[in-house]
Design a protein around this ligand. Sequence first.
Ligand code: NAD
Length: 496
Amino acid sequence: MSIENWNSTAEQIKFDLDSVVDGRSYQSQSERCFTKCSPIDGRALPSVICSGQLDVDLAVQSARQSFTKASWLNMPLEERKQCLYRLADLIEANTSELALLDCLEMGKSMFNLIYDDVPTCARSFRWFAEALDKLYDYTAPPRAGALGTITREAIGVVACIVPWNYPLISTAWKIAPALAMGNSVILKPAEQSTFSAIKLAHLALEAGIPEGVLNVITGDGETGKLLALHNDVDMVSFTGSTEVGKLLMQYAGQSNLKRVALECGGKSPFIVLNSSKQLPYAAKSLARHMFFNQGQICSSASRLIVEADVEAELLQLIKQESLNYQPGNPLDMANRVGAMVSLDACHKVAASVNQTVGQGGQIVCGGQQVSPVTGGAYFEPTIITNLTNDMDIAQQEVFGPVLSVIRADSPEHALQLANDTRYGLAGSVWSDDLNAAHKIANGLKAGAVHVNCYGEDDLSAPFGGFKQSGMGKDKSIWSLQQYANLKSTWFRLTES
Ligand code: NAD
């Protein structure tokens, strides 16, 4: 569809603002709202109601009742699986609407939403549906007179709190495995990207997932806090910033010691050694994983650590590649990169760049807020050199299209710089010397490591961090297990 068509569809779109509780639209009792406008061009969007204690209590009650009733938990696995397959089909059938809702709210390009976010979301439901009856439990090593079984049980009521940068994908990576294991879920989407989550809850009902099994409650951080402090929530699965992740652990301690799974921030190193002969491909890969989605990616390769001999050539190549990631109107299918989430986010990125320049950082390209659409929130792909690893820009998550470049004196120095961060989400090393590459890959303290590539992962491998990037896992069988309790049961066996 052309930009004109998407614009006119956007004008007619009906925003459903109500939470979904116990299988029905539910109008929150709270009077608190999150007001917002679209980052595309500042057009007005409806406010999101920030659910309060009464609303959260009702959502938790709905999830608890559905779990106790066990119509989902005890549904034959084949049927549970078919519900999740149907949901995946419905997600695909509603691609345009889901994509447009996210595009209007958080500014991501329609092209990517249609060809990446929505299909990846649907694929996640299929993947976990397919896995749920392939998962076997264990028996303890055989022993005369006793049999020990080790089984996985659904945890109960799982609250999923997600961010706005990949609304559909982050959500699917949590609720698909949580539902597949038989739990009842309360999803709290980010206040900046709420509408596609509400749509998803209605699609789940249409797919046959019983009432109360997937509840969506709208709201901001305060609503999330009420969920995380709730004594009848058994687990919080969170994706978002490290700061909020730390708070969630406190809330668990202050309430019922609920299980907490955290997927938090990152400042991932992209190491290029003198021994790399793949500079053009490295530059292409780095630009893709740094500037895509306006750099609003937890695992963006935001720290280039490079040996001196290849630095100049590599920077030229990345600068050239960055031209492919200039932001533009996300409603135009020709644009692969849309807007940042808000003007506020843009201003924070600008402040961080200006501070770095004041400290001696040199801009290779970009560095400015731009206006391909009047009133929108857009920032140029930016490369900054002449940095040391202890500077704020090299240590803090910018969450925008800003690449920090740090020179390393040797492969050993590169590894030491790479690990000198509180984060440990992802990383990569580029070298044609297999031993050197292996040594660095082995030494990187990060959950997802790439050698001569970046972002090659798929649903089959776990994704999650080390250190202050969190300790939860999304994707894969390991993520399914996260949504289950392990139970040991011993049977005394007697001779009859
Ligand atoms: P955020 O931490 O501000 O918010 C994330 C979610 O938590 C939102 O739904 C928000 O409403 C809620 N929240 C905020 N304060 C809360 C509180 N006190 N109690 C409970 N809930 C609260 O993060 P964001 O700005 O939405 O997203 C960007 C961050 O997410 C970045 O740090 C990014 O690295 C991280 N992220 C991590 C991953 C990963 O897989 N590791 C993926 C995507 C994003």
